[in-house]
Structures are given as structure tokens and as C-alpha cells.
Design a protein around this ligand. Structure first.
Ligand code: DOR
Ligand code: ZN
Ligand code: ZN
Length: 367
């Protein structure tokens, strides 16, 4: 589809299989209301929330407690991951969505490899044994958690089950994922940011930002159809936390509201084919987890987002709706949706909130 002459565009809502909305336990960084509000304003109508909360989501009672808290606050549809650990066979009846942390990162230690049949397992593939704990700047952080660490982790998974590899940051990992028939995601920050940008702790994330050439290489893979999906890994931390010394600042970048608008701008300027954008942001993520979303077709949920392709805006932290109030994408060009509909209910119209708290829990793995 040529986009030069097109002014308006209606697409299925985007699907983000990887966010950290921090509830319960870290509500100073984000809560489910602000996280899902931010998602809606960014054109994301279904999110899957990670379990590294306090307490972590690892059994029926922590799951139900979380669901009870967050469901009344949801502005978009959502699903919840379990930590992959004990009783996975029982837990998967509740929701067959698991997170496997192979190495340490924010609030998690990292655990042993497990597998579950007929479940979606998102893997944080970095091994504790090859992580150096302290780093003093972005370049050093890259070396402290090197690409080889990710490669080694994914190698260990080969032949052990069906996995989805989260936030792939190296081209070598992609080759391995292909060999292992794993699906995988890349994050917007590994595509649009790199370790030599003057971001300081605001660019500190795990796995780290890599060299510029690597970001360009990942983008090439993406436009050529060799990447399954993009997921944000929206991981907010407060400005106060990020203003610490480099080694003390927590890792993570907030971006659930900004990545679809940046991708739509890439479509607008011809750097990404529209059909490819729809595949990686909407269709393929829905397929991976088995939800009736990501397509405008009978039998699919009425989650829709609409754009005016002439309405290019600059990203400004002060205009965003998540809680932590900063973005590494300040000044980037973006196309935000003017209208967002979740399950037939209009949430955003003319870039303003018109309906809220209409999101619902979705069990994944359906037909
Ligand atoms: O940078 C990261 N932040 N990587 C992770 O794996 C966790 C995340 C977080 O929860 O802050
Ligand atoms: Zn991770
Ligand atoms: Zn994450």
C-alpha cells in the first residue's frame, strides 16, 4: 500500500506482549490505571503485564490478588504473566502465560530453565554468570552485560522447549532463535536508540543498548520480515531513581505510549511498509498468544485506532500519560492516534480521553 496520498488510516489496535505496569508494589513508578491510560493514548489496546512485582505473581493467590486490584483500573484489555516456577501445569489452566528470567535483572534473581507444553513462555535471556554487576556509563553497561551473554542463554534453551525470546539485542541471537524455531521480539529502544547517545542513566536498560550499527542491523532485519514482533518492554522508573550514579540507577525505559506513534511516523516517511507495521505491531503478536485481536474482521474484538497522517507531532514528556514523566524519545517525530476504541467503546477521541476503565482481562491461548 502506498501511503503518500492517504490522509486517514484505521488500523486494529496494537498489541504489546511485554510491559511492566508495576502493580502491586511499585506504584510510585506506575500503576495499572496510568499504564493502561498511556497505552490507550499510544494506540495499544491489549497489553500483557510482567510478573516482577512485589509480591511477584507466581501462584494462584498472587494472581487473583493482582487481578482484583488491577481489573477495575484497566483502560485497555490485558493479560497477566506468571513467573515460570512451580506448579506451571496447574497455573496454565488459569492463564498459559509465563515469564522465565534466566539471569538477574530488576527485582528478580533469575532461575533455572523449565518448559511447559502449550503455553507462551517469554524468556529474559541473560545469564547471571556472565553479568558484571557494576557499570559506569552506557558503553560500559553494554560490555557489563555483553551480547555473548544473551547468545549463551539462548543456546542453553535449544532443544528444551518452545520459547519466545524477549528483547533480542543482537543479530547472533536472531540466528540462534531461527535455529531453535523460537519466536522473538525486538524493543523500540534497541531499534531507535544506541549506546553512544547522550542519555546517561535514562538509556540504562537490560539487555543494554548496543552499538549504532547493531540498531541499524536490527532495523534491516525488521523491514525485511525477519523479526516476529515488536514489544515495548515498558519499564518505568522515577526520575529520582534515574538521577542516581550510573551503577545505582535501575535499568528500564518507559515507552508504551510512544512506540506505535514512532512506527507510524516511519510508515509515513516511507521507511517502513504499512503492511509490515501491521504485521509486527498487531497481527503477529495476537497470533503468538492466541487472542482474537489484531485484525479488523468478523469474530475479532473491535479494538481500533485511527490516524490522521498529516498530524505529525513531536514527542514531549509533559504530554505523555504514564507516571514517571520522562522519555528518551523527547523531540522525536510521531503520529499519535486521534481515536482509540477498545472492545467497541471509545476511549480516546480527538486526542482526548472520553471513556475510561473499560478494559477487561483476557485469557490467552484461545482459538
Ligand atoms: O531493563 C529492564 N528493566 N530489564 C528487565 O528485564 C526488567 C525491567 C524492569 O522491570 O525494570
Ligand atoms: Zn527482560
Ligand atoms: Zn521486561
Amino acid at each position: 500500500i502506498g501511503t503518500k496520498e492517504i490522509k486517514g488510516l484505521i488500523l486494529p489496535g496494537a498489541i504489546d506482549l511485554h510491559v511492566h505496569f508495576r502493580e502491586p508494589g511499585y506504584e510510585e513508578k506506575e500503576d495499572f490505571y496510568t499504564g493502561t491510560l498511556s497505552a490507550a493514548f499510544g494506540g495499544v489496546t491489549f497489553i500483557m503485564d510482567m510478573p516482577n512485582t512485589n509480591p511477584p505473581v507466581k501462584d494462584i493467590s498472587s494472581f487473583q490478588d493482582k487481578l482484583r486490584r488491577v481489573a477495575p483500573k484497566a483502560n485497555v484489555d490485558f493479560s497477566l504473566y506468571f513467573m515460570l516456577g512451580n506448579n506451571a501445569e496447574i497455573l496454565k489452566e488459569v492463564n498459559p502465560a509465563f515469564k522465565l528470567y534466566m539471569g538477574e535483572t530488576t527485582n528478580v534473581e533469575g532461575g533455572e530453565i523449565k518448559s511447559v507444553e502449550n503455553a507462551f513462555i517469554s524468556v529474559h535471556a541473560e545469564l547471571s554468570e556472565c553479568i558484571r554487576r557494576e557499570s559506569k556509563n552506557l558503553r560500559d553497561h553494554d560490555l557489563a552485560r555483553p551480547e555473548s551473554c544473551e547468545v549463551k542463554a539462548v543456546k542453553m534453551l535449544l532443544g528444551k522447549g518452545n520459547y519466545h525470546i524477549a528483547h533480542v539485542s543482537s543479530i547472533d541471537t536472531i540466528d540462534l532463535c531461527k535455529a531453535g524455531r523460537f519466536t522473538y521480539e525486538v524493543t523500540p529502544h534497541h531499534l531507535f536508540l544506541h549506546r553512544d547517545m547522550p542519555l546517561g542513566t535514562y538509556g540504562k536498560v537490560n539487555p543494554p543498548l548496543r552499538a549504532k550499527w547493531m540498531a541499524e542491523k536490527l532495523w534491516e532485519e525488521l523491514i525485511n520480515g525477519r523479526i516476529d514482533i515488536v514489544a515495548s518492554d515498558h519499564a518505568p522508573h522515577t526520575i529520582e531513581e534515574k538521577e542516581q550514579e550510573f551503577f545505582a540507577a535501575p535499568a528500564g525505559i518507559p515507552e508504551v505510549e510512544t512506540y506505535v506513534p514512532i512506527f507510524m511516523y516511519m510508515v509515513k516517511i516511507g521507511k517502513l511498509h504499512l503492511s509490515r507495521a501491521v504485521e509486527i505491531l498487531m497481527q503477529r503478536p495476537a497470533e503468538l498468544v492466541g487472542v482474537k485481536k489484531g485484525k479488523i474482521e468478523e469474530g475479532y474484538d473491535a479494538d481500533l485506532i485511527a490516524f490522521n497522517l498529516n498530524d505529525i507531532k513531536k514527542i514531549r514528556a509533559k504530554d505523555l500519560h504514564y507516571k514517571c514523566g520522562w522519555t528518551p524519545y523527547e523531540g522525536f517525530n510521531a503520529l499519535f492516534p486521534h481515536t482509540v476504541i477498545v472492545g467497541g467503546e471509545t476511549v480516546v477521541e480527538n486526542y482526548e480521553l472520553v471513556g475510561e476503565r473499560t478494559g477487561k482481562f483476557v485469557r490467552i491461548g484461545g482459538e
